[in-house]
Each structure stands twice: as C-alpha cells, then as structure tokens.
Design a protein. Sequence first.
Length: 487
Amino acid sequence: TGGVLSPVTGPWVDQVGRKRAAMIYCILEILINSLEQYPNYWCVIASRMIGGFTINLLQCVFETWLDSEFRKKGREANATTGHHHQDKEALHKHVAHEYELLMRDAVIVSNAAAIGSGYLSHVLSEWSGPVGPFRGAVVCTMAALVVVASMWTENYGGKQDHAAPPDAGEEPDDAPDESPSTILEFLRQAATAFMADMRMLRVGIVQGLSQGVLYIFVFFWSPVLMDLAKEVPAERKQVMWGLDKRGEPAFGLIFMVFMGACVFGGIIAPTLRQAATKLLTPIVNHSSSNDKVPREVSEGSVRPMAVEFLAATCYFVAALMLLVPCLVSGPLAFSRTLYAFCIYEIMTGIVAPCEGVIRSIYFPAHGRASVCTLPSLVVNAAVSLAVLCTEYMSLFTVCFIVVGLMMIASLLQISLITATEWVTLRQHVLNSPRYARSVSFHVYETAKDRPRKLIRFLSDRLSSSSNGDMAETIQQARAELEKEKVE
C-alpha cells in the first residue's frame, strides 16, 4: 500500500492541508495500534496495509508543515528588517543557521524519544504483557493528536504559502494565486519542477536511496548479527559486548546504542558543517554566480557546498560500514560488525540535518509534499527489492546490494558540485602541499628545539665526565630543564 499510494500521498497532503493530514495520521496510528492488540490474522494484515499509507504521511507531513511555518516566520522577520543589503544578508545567514539547528534538534529529539520508547515498551510489556506497548502507543498518539489539533495552524501547498524573502527570487505576496486545486495538478506541478531542474531530480533520488537503505538496515541488522553471533566461541560469549547471558545478541541494548549513536551524530553535525565550511571557504567564495542554486533558505553569497560534501562523505562512509559484515569472519566478526553498524548510525545522525537543509535549498516550498513523492517512490522500490532479494539470496549478498545503493547515492550527491567548483577545488588541493609543508616544518622546528638542546647538554656532560658521575649529570639536566621552562 505504501508503494501504490506514494504517488498521490504528497499531492493529497498539499491539497487538504498539513495540519489536517497530521491529524489523520494520528487517528490512523491509533487505529493501527488498537488493531494489533487482537490475536487475529486479518487485524494484523489490515494494520499493516494502513501502516503503508501512514509511513508515507510520516515522511512528508510533519517536515512540510514545519518548513512552511519556519518560512512564514522568516518572511515576517524579513518584513521588519530594513532594506539595507547587509541587514538582509545577516538575516539570511541567521535563518540558514537556525534552520540547520532545527533539523539537528529534530534528529536528536526523535532518536532520544526512540530510546525512551524502547525502555517504556519494556516496562509496559512487563506490566501488561505483549499488548502493553501497543496500548502505550495509543495513549502517546492521542497526546500527539491533542497537541496538533490545539497548537498547530493550517498551511497548504501552493505559491501563496511560499514564505521565502522576496529578494531571494520569490514571488511577492501580491502575486496572483496560481495554486493547484486538485491532486493531479499538484502531481503535474511536481513533475514539471523535476524536469525543469535535473539537480532536484538527483536530490530526490539520492535522499530516496538514503532513506531506503536505512529501512533495509532496520530489516536486516538483527538477522546479520544473529548469524555472526554463532561464530563466537562459547568461552567468549559471556564477556563479549553486545551478547546476553545466553550468547545471543542483546537486541534491546543494541537498539538503544544505535539510537544513542544517532543522537551523537545529530549533536556533532553542526560542528562538522562549520569545519567543512571553513575548509572549503576558499572554494565557495570563488564559485561562479551562474552556478548558484536557487536558494529557499538563503545562505548569502555562499553555496551549500559544505553540506553537499559532508552528505556525500557520510554516504560513502556509511557504504563502507555496511560492507564490513561481508568482509569479516571468525570470532571477532560479531564485534567488528557491531562497531561498524554503530558508525553507520552516527553517519545517519550526521546526514539527517544535512538532508533537511539540502531539501530546503533544492525543493520548492510550495508543493513540498508533492515533490517528496519521488523520494517516497525510491524508498518503497528499494525496500521492496531488498525484501524480495532475501527470498533468493543470502543476507550478506543483500548487503552488497545495499552498499551499491549507498555508493550510487554518494556519487550522485557529489555530482551536484559544479564544474567551476571542481576546478577551484583542484587549485586548492594543488596549493595545499606548499602550505602544509610550511606549517609542518614550523611545527617540527618548534617541537624539536628543546629536545635538541637537552641532547646537546647531556652529550657534553657525558663526554666531560671522566668518573661517570651520572647522578650529578642528571641533576644538572633537571636544573637546566627548569630553567628552560622559566624562560
């Protein structure tokens, strides 16, 4: 149902409104968790079929509502700012920074909530049996429904909701309303946007592959670890981290560690982004003005090259980590694979805010949910392909396929870098050895200066000491060192 309904879910959300769609999502989730409390096969089938639709809603509803509200606040702040160019430039940079922090906080809060949910599920299952977690989910979703209904304001897809500053190339508020009125028009508008800008198409494919690989990882990490745990010798099962007393993977503990790794990745993501920006500043400052991306959340005169490089690097590292279970064997295969999976989760936490920023740059705010249709299609196709392959291939063969998908995502992400920026990057790399040599020579000379003086002093003392009085020599060496420290 997720694959069948994904082409129309986004346009439907833009048409009926994001708040109303979020409330429908909460109601359907309450229904799903209520059905799964009954030991009936058809109740489970019905809940899973409805769940395919709610997953599509989850991927687009909440972010599109948040994005539109954020842009609305940014437009209001822009209206109160003077017309001075420096004031607007400072405002744009501040808005971009705030948006990135917002994406980071969303990653941290969602993964922290997952950790708390895991513990709460354990408590509820101990208290009321297997149906306890589902009952808890019903209560939590009801609370979310109340919050959405009472605190959210409605926004829709369409040009009247496009809240970027007018000087960023957007239409002014008094522009005629050309918003689509039907689902088909929303879908046609999204297709036209993809055909008009192939970079937007690449971003949709990249992020669809990334999300698809994440869902596949959720599906296969536990059976992979179970297979590798069988290779651990019996005498080491009691002391190896990640295994319980029975020698089986401690899934609850591992899940909490994975979520904690995502939280850690989200925390360090802005720091890495700033480091990448400083590293690439000589490059992005000389980018051709003809190659600039039409920005929604403006970053001033600086292209989002740092975000794109950081995302591509995370995709590449994630692909290498997912390749580990295919390359290792023996008693340490379990622990090495577990560490690799933790690093993959860290990469996921780092890249999630980057993906949010990239979507805000390349995807238009009007019809954002409709544009997210393509990533949803890619996600459903990738997950369906991987699940189908497990019927005919081993899990480790599926790992190779997943690695290939991540490598494709990394290469497509890198392809967003313009030719001008690649030329500038090449010049920067060619000039780096000269600068690095000068810096390293200065560091080397500074570091070896004091030890060189000490060695010369000791050699003079040893050569002049006919009686070999080492105690006196060492005492004098210590005094000389103290003198050097004072100087």
